[in-house]
Design a binder for this molecule. Structure first.
Ligand SMILES: NC(=O)C1=CN([C@@H]2O[C@H](COP(=O)(O)OP(=O)(O)OC[C@H]3O[C@@H](n4cnc5c(N)ncnc54)[C@H](OP(=O)(O)O)[C@@H]3O)[C@@H](O)[C@H]2O)[C@@H](O)CC1
Ligand SMILES: [K+]
Length: 467
């Protein structure tokens, strides 16, 4: 469980925020006392009287450990401490000097029921040394409850990459703000439950976790067109487009048209069919001024006609949602193509599609942000760690994704749901954030081993939580 709408900052931004606090007259010691007190509070809450082993690394993460150890001991807990080296000069060293309880070296450490990991936090620069990682993993394994201070040692703060983090961390207490490492890559699965401790460090960022949207009940004068018309374009695999169209309907669009060469195909009776057999037919249809958003890509195919459909959709001056085969067709020229569009565009690649379209280095956030700026499109970079990025620098990270979403068709549902949010809530990151939240919530409501068709049935339930 990760707090919704919580700010996310990189290690460097966190350090800068700390420096600003120091510049305002707060000492490093008092900030470390705040951090250590938060750690002690949460540890005590979960320890329920059991003996505690605290691991203290050489940096300020270790400094937090020394504070927590002292406060827990003063409160009557049975605390022992393991130090992996001499504390760094400054606050950590001073906090070390204030600890008067039992201390051992890592290799002499005996497991205890409660383990607090204060080895490394945002300062991890390289993989854990093998011997240390093995002892640490063993102590975690033998503990009944493990809490990591700020980040599990062995998770890269900015990327979530695995630098040797153990399994079995129950709670990670993020200090001041979430870091990308809590939500990305291996970090997402190794942090356990993430709690956020407010230690009074103001942070300014455009990166947040996805929040529940507020959705308006249709007004007294609402009608099918005012609630938005979504056009979904069918292709070689019509089931995918049908899923997108049904999801747009369930997502609250007022009118959904499925355009393709199967004018009397299956689907709900409320789904309007429009016969489109050629790119010319499609261009003519997309010229209809009632259309508020177009979905292209689910099951489109990659043949000549698909390419011509893509060109027709690009030429239409309407909000456009591109997924699946449309993204594959864009290929490595994606950014060049996308940035030519005057109307807003959203693309929803999974990592394979994203990597085929965009180069880039850094974390998933860095790469998605760079691609969004280059393509001038809002990108929903799907995965267990979904990242939404907009051209002007906003980022949203999904904190409650369901692993059960990794089945065929769930992406088509997301594309349709996104179109429904685009026609209802406008530009940029907001509709993408709403769609991603509803999609994830519908998946939770659908439960394990869900299939995409069932997911659609749970969208209204997810919406009802947003009214
Ligand atoms: N500033 C403050 O007052 C506040 C800070 N806070 C706390 O401080 C944490 C950040 O502290 P930090 O910057 O000191 O980094 P930290 O994570 O302790 O590690 C740095 C040390 O580890 C070393 N090292 C790195 N990787 C290594 C490896 N693989 N194997 C071995 N060594 C390795 C590295 O060595 P070096 O790379 O320099 O050789 C350096 O000595 C933050 O997460 C939060 O808990 C909060 O309490 C708020 C107040
Ligand atoms: K840690």
């Amino acid at each position: 469980m990760i707090p919704s709408g919580a700010p996310i900052v990189t290690a460097a931004e966190m350090r800068a925020a700390e420096q600003a606090v120091f510049a305002s007259g707060v000492s490093q010691d008092s900030l470390m006392e705040r951090a250590g007190a938060a750690v002690a509070r949460e540890t005590a809450r979960f320890a329920t009287g059991r003996p505690i082993l605290i691991l203290a690394g050489p940096g300020n993460n270790g400094g937090d450990s020394y504070v927590a150890a002292r406060l827990l001991q003063n409160a009557g807990h049975d605390v022992s401490l393991v130090a992996t080296g001499a504390p760094a000069p400054g606050a950590a060293e001073r906090m070390h000097a204030l600890w008067h309880g039992p201390t051992s070296s890592l290799y002499a450490a005996r497991p205890r029921p409660v383990l607090v990991d204060g080895l490394f936090g945002t300062g991890m620069t390289r993989p854990l040394e093998r011997g240390l990682a093995a002892v640490f993993a063993d102590l975690c394994k033998q503990a009944e409850f493990t809490l990591a201070i700020d980040l599990p040692s062995g998770i890269h703060a900015d990327t979530g990459a695995d630098l040797g983090a153990p399994r079995g961390i129950d709670v990670t207490l993020a200090l001041g703000a979430l870091k990308p490492g809590h939500l990305l890559d291996i970090g997402l699965e190794r942090c356990g439950r993430v709690l956020l401790a407010d230690i009074d460090i103001p942070v300014h960022t455009r990166w947040r976790t996805v929040t529940r949207p507020r959705i308006d009940t249709p007004g007294a004068h609402s009608h099918k067109y005012s609630r938005g018309l979504v056009a979904v374009i069918e292709g070689a695999m019509p089931g995918a487009a049908r899923l997108a169209a049904r999801a747009a309907m369930a997502g609250g669009a007022g009118y959904v048209v499925l355009a393709g060469d199967r004018p009397w195909g299956e689907g709900p009776d409320a789904l309007v069919r429009r016969e489109v057999r050629t790119a010319e037919d499609l261009s003519e249809f997309l010229g209809w001024d009632r259309i508020d958003a177009i979905v292209l890509g689910p099951g489109l195919g990659r043949d000549r006609r698909a390419e011509a459909y893509l060109r027709a959709a690009f030429a239409a001056p309407k909000p456009l949602i591109l997924d699946g085969d449309a993204l594959t067709l864009l290929g490595t020229d994606a950014a060049r193509w996308l940035e030519t569009r005057a109307a807003p565009t959203w693309i929803t690649p999974h990592s394979g599609e994203f990597d085929r379209m965009f180069a880039g280095v850094g974390s998933k956030i860095d790469r998605t942000l760079a691609a969004a700026a280059e393509a001038r499109a809002t990108i929903v970079h799907k995965g267990a760690d979904t990242v939404i990025a907009a051209p002007k620098g906003e980022v949203r990270l999904l904190a409650h994704g369901s692993r059960w979403l990794s089945t065929a068709g769930t992406g088509d549902v997301l594309a349709g749901l996104l179109a429904a949010q685009v026609v209802q809530s406008g530009k940029g990151v907001a509709p993408a954030e709403a769609a991603v939240w509803l999609h994830a919530r519908a998946a939770q409501l659908a439960g394990p081993a869900l299939i995409a068709d069932e997911l659609i049935g749970h969208i209204p339930g997810a919406i009802s939580e947003c009214l």
